[in-house]
Design a protein around this ligand. Structure first.
Ligand code: NOJ
Ligand code: CA
Length: 542
């Protein structure tokens, strides 16, 4: 891969795009997205020109062999591509073609648990004396019967499953079909190392590590303290079933291994990942990055966003590097989180925020179109969490509905029967239409990403808020040695005047990008006047 020399590595500078393979594009008409579908649409992501989105890396949600109780997050063979998605050769081809376009491939490794159909678990559960018995977390019942402690599963119910054949419980943080591995067993760690090497040697550029802070559980199996919450899982402080001190030694080993291969990286998904935890788990000798999901839970209020951003900035410090997401395959889509008549304007404000903060932005497929959550009737629910908690919680299917490519049959996603319903508004919200419309959410994302690519201040510079108590919107500076960029945005449907708390380093500002056609300048003094839902990005003269 030819690359201009840059001061920051690609995983800090670049934009990560999350592909949820089942719902990206179907190449063989079975209604399920696959590797062929991704290959056919690589140019959409990056063809080297601003006609494409311009992303730098693709994170593929799991494509490994899986019985799909949790849609790929239950792996039965880490070295094989599930036939549903294609063959190993297709993945090799995807890596090759992505690299040709200057994009990296990040595989999603769910290593906290395997599928109950993984041969390791088959062997482990075969008998109490199986050589692999200790590869999973087996425990006797308490003397008077019942599971060893009160730990709960994230998806509901006890985290301990009784195995009548060998009369012991095994632990599963998620579904009973997802038994947790015993990370204290050195053979397990050796096997995982082999898996990572297998893929690194095939040319993948990194891994997204599923629930990476849950690998270890308290050796004494102590009960978690009580906490107020709705679901049983939330009624515990997770002091003993996650975030155990042994994690750091695993991160150090993984970092060493991945760094042997040069320019690769691992990004962790943390359960309840506070900025403090991100700081603890990331950096030299630890993970490269961990997602910050705090922006996802902000109400539509600039103060909430500013607080979340500053908390991350302060905890990580100038040496640390945030990795922000505004969506993923587990949470409701942005346009549905902030619904209403102005949802698409809000989607643009949010896009500007994600792509102008300090840190690596991670963009979930479909968010760039302003997709809404899909409508999935009860009978079509596929997600186990949705099946369990409906109608209290519809599960995660609505955020996983197929990506609409066009207004044609099957929304250009499939010639067959899609595995989840196509969104009813696909005739207006689809890639083809939005590519043609210069004012679409997609066109705004494209312009933002290409601006970010070309601006050192935006892709590598420091962050400084210009507002102490933001009311109508946000305003901040991004600064590198060469440039200063001013970002300002109005969160609301009424014009706003943002009163800056400090003098700006220059009064000469050049227009770079905005939401409102026809605007090409902005009076910049100690106040900034913005139109409804307006975003302005200006570059300061030096
Ligand atoms: C987090 C993943 O993002 C989610 O989709 C999955 O269900 C759980 N981890 C279990 O692997
Ligand atoms: Ca298919």
């Amino acid at each position: 891969m030819v690359e201009a020399p840059e001061s920051l590595p690609w995983w800090k500078r670049g934009v990560i795009y999350q592909v949820y393979p089942r719902s990206f594009a179907d190449s063989n008409g079975d209604g399920i997205g696959d590797l062929g579908g991704i290959l056919a649409h690589l140019d959409y992501l990056n063809d080297g020109t601003p006609a494409s989105l311009g992303t730098d890396a693709i994170w593929l949600s799991p494509i490994f062999a899986s019985p799909a109780y949790d849609f790929g997050y239950d792996v039965s063979n880490y070295n094989e591509v599930d036939p549903l998605f294609g063959r190993l050769a297709d993945l090799d081809e995807l890596i090759r073609q992505a690299h040709e376009r200057g994009m990296r491939i990040i595989l999603d490794l769910a290593l906290n648990h395997t599928s109950h159909l993984h041969p390791w678990f088959d062997e482990s559960r075969a008998s109490r004396t199986s050589p692999k018995r200790d590869w999973y977390l087996w425990q006797d019942a308490r003397p008077r019967g019942g599971p060893p402690n009160h730990w709960q599963s994230v998806f509901g119910g006890r985290a301990w499953q009784w195995d009548p054949a060998t009369t012991q419980f095994y632990y599963h943080m998620f579904l009973p079909q997802q038994p947790d591995l015993n990370w204290r067993n050195p053979q397990v760690r050796e096997e995982i190392e082999k898996v990572m090497r297998f893929w690194l040697e095939r040319g993948v550029d990194g891994f997204r590590l599923d629930v990476v802070n849950a690998y270890f559980k308290d050796a004494q199996l102590r009960d978690n303290p009580f906490h107020w919450g709705l679901r049983a899982y939330d009624r515990q402080v997770h002091a003993y079933d996650a975030d155990q001190p042994e994690l750091l030694s695993v991160y150090a080993e993984m970092r060493k291994l991945v760094d042997e291969y040069g320019d690769r990286m691992v990004v962790g998904e943390l359960l309840r990942g506070s900025p403090k935890k991100i700081w603890r788990y990331c950096g030299a000798g630890r993970l490269h990055l961990a997602f910050s999901f705090d922006l996802i839970s902000c109400g539509w209020n600039p103060l909430a966003f500013q607080r979340a951003i500053l908390a991350c900035e302060q905890a990580l410090g100038p040496e640390g590097w945030p990795c922000y997401a505004l969506g993923n395959h587990d949470v409701s889509r942005l346009v549905s989180r902030y619904p209403g008549r102005h949802a698409l304007e809000r989607a643009k404000v949010a896009a500007a925020l994600l792509l102008t903060l300090r840190g690596t932005p991670c963009l979930y497929q479909g968010e760039e179109l302003g997709m809404k959550d899909g409508l999935v009737p009860r009978g079509k629910i596929r997600d186990p969490a949705g099946k369990r908690y409906w109608p209290l919680y519809p599960g995660r299917d609505p955020t996983r509905t197929p990506l609409p490519w066009s207004d044609g049959p099957g929304a250009g996603f499939t010639n067959g029967d899609p595995w989840l319903p196509i969104n009813p508004d696909f005739r207006s919200v689809n890639v083809a239409r939005e590519l043609e419309d210069p004012h679409s959410v997609l066109s705004f994302y494209r312009r933002l990403i290409w601006l970010r690519r070309s601006s050192k201040a935006l892709n590598s510079g420091s962050f400084r808020s210009l507002l102490k108590n933001p009311k109508g919107g946000l305003a901040y500076l991004r600064e590198s040695e060469e440039e200063t960029v001013l970002v300002a945005m109005n969160f609301y449907q009424r014009p706003t005047q943002l009163v800056l708390d400090e003098d700006l380093p220059t009064s000469q500002w050049e227009w770079r990008l905005g939401t409102h056609p026809g605007r090409s300048g902005l009076q910049v003094g100690n106040t900034l006047s913005l139109l409804p839902y307006e975003v302005c990005i200006l570059q300061g003269a030096r």
